[in-house]
Design a protein around this ligand. Sequence first.
Ligand code: SF4
Ligand code: SF4
Length: 81
Amino acid sequence: MSHTPHEIYQRSTAPVTIDESRCIADKGCTVCVDVCPLDLLAIDLTKGKAYMKFDECWYCMPCEQDCPTGAVKVEIPYLLR
Ligand code: SF4
Ligand code: SF4
């Protein structure tokens, strides 16, 4: 993988996006990171916000469902809907 996490986060096709204005990782929240079975999400410690570190999503949804502020949005591909 040659992509840096920052590049992956900025791609418009990233399956999981984080609304940084809602994310409270800077207050200590790590819920989405903790619930992802593939460890795809991480906290950007310089920003204090969560981001998608690895683009291999299973669309299992707990990251979106369990985020206390509704900051996580999982874009499910049409083929899987
Ligand atoms: S669960 Fe929500 S508020 Fe918490 S770190 Fe993840 S995106 Fe941010
Ligand atoms: S939908 Fe599942 S695999 Fe994808 S980021 Fe969320 S918890 Fe991880």
